[in-house]
Design a protein around this ligand. Structure first.
Ligand SMILES: Nc1ncnc2c1ncn2[C@@H]1O[C@H](COP(=O)(O)OP(=O)(O)OP(=O)(O)O)[C@@H](O)[C@H]1O
Ligand SMILES: [Mg+2]
Length: 280
């Protein structure tokens, strides 16, 4: 069973907190959404921090943006992955059977961040049902608290607590209800990076592939963005890293062949080998 490092007592009820993951990202360019996120989180005297929603296509860098901003604030980032199955207690406090057969109350990443004054990212929030959103509605207004039905306690957020939500623009599972939507403000839109930024992101993450190979992959990405298709930086990273491996294992004769093969296998796009851009 996992070890929970810290316990707190609220009204006589023992609650185990979880620790944040250790995350970092070498953020490249894209200063506008970063500044907007930091601005929305500012504690403006009597006015509490805002609760932005970060919008953009899959793989555009939404989660990484939150990681970078939390780092810049010097706070830990806790992440709750939202799914269609996320229940209110997953968001607040879950009962777990401990080794001694007794019930142990385990705080979610959200509640752990509230108690410790961290930042919580509700990742892919638009996958979550209205019932789950309703359970954290009081957290998103002046009350800044949640009530755990399971443990029978109210938990108040530290003044340093911040929250943001990411939403994939094209993969909405539920309509987020209007009263929640109006609490998740402002909307921070993320577009695909520029050609130069995309190259620098790939270069920063991959040591092996040559500059030429990476430039060619960036061409593929930029052409896809221009056609409003959905190849993302993550796809670009995978195309480049697999092409490099094919070359290293002599499974492709040259970079052109390796990129075409990799493009085909990563994206399943049959056109990759037919009309891909040529190496310069
Ligand atoms: N500006 C950037 N600087 C550095 N790395 C970036 C940047 N933008 C994206 N990346 C990298 O691109 C990849 C995808 O980013 P990330 O996972 O943050 O996207 P996402 O929008 O959260 O995706 P999803 O919608 O699938 O959750 C990661 O490897 C990330 O580090
Ligand atoms: Mg993400």
């Amino acid at each position: 069973m996992a070890e929970y490092h810290e316990k707190i007592i609220i009204k006589g009820v023992e609650i185990h907190l979880v620790d944040p993951p250790q995350l970092d990202v070498d953020w490249v360019g894209m200063q506008e959404p970063l500044t907007q996120l930091l601005a929305s989180w500012t504690d403006d005297g009597d006015d509490p921090p805002m609760q932005p929603r970060i919008l953009g296509k899959p793989g555009v860098g939404k989660t990484s943006l939150a990681i970078k901003a939390a780092r810049m604030m010097g706070q830990d980032l806790y992440i709750t992955q939202c799914t269609v199955d996320t229940k209110p207690e997953d968001l607040i406090i879950s009962p777990v059977i401990a080794d001694n057969g007794k019930i142990r109350y385990v705080a979610s990443p959200l509640v752990s961040a509230m108690v410790r004054g961290g930042i919580c990212l509700l990742d892919e929030g638009n996958r979550m049902s209205e019932k789950s959103w309703a359970s954290i509605a009081p957290l998103l207004d002046m009350r800044r608290s949640v009530y755990s039905i399971v443990a029978g306690v109210e938990i108040k957020a530290s003044p340093n607590f911040r929250v943001c939500v990411t939403m994939n623009e094209d993969a909405s599972t539920f309509e987020v209800p209007e009263y929640i939507h109006s609490r998740l403000q402002p909307a921070i839109h993320m577009d695909f990076p520029t050609r130069d930024e995309e190259f620098r992101i790939l270069r920063g993450k991959l040591d092996g592939p040559s500059d030429e190979l990476l430039r060619e992959v960036v061409n593929i990405l930029q052409e896809s963005h221009a056609r409003d298709e959905d190849l993302s930086i993550r796809d670009g990273l995978n195309i480049a890293r697999y092409a490099y491996r094919l070359l290293k294992h002599k499974a492709a004769a040259n970079e052109r062949e390796a990129i075409d093969q990799s493009h085909l296998q990563i994206t399943g796009d049959n056109r990759a080998s037919l009309d891909g851009p040529t190496l310069v």
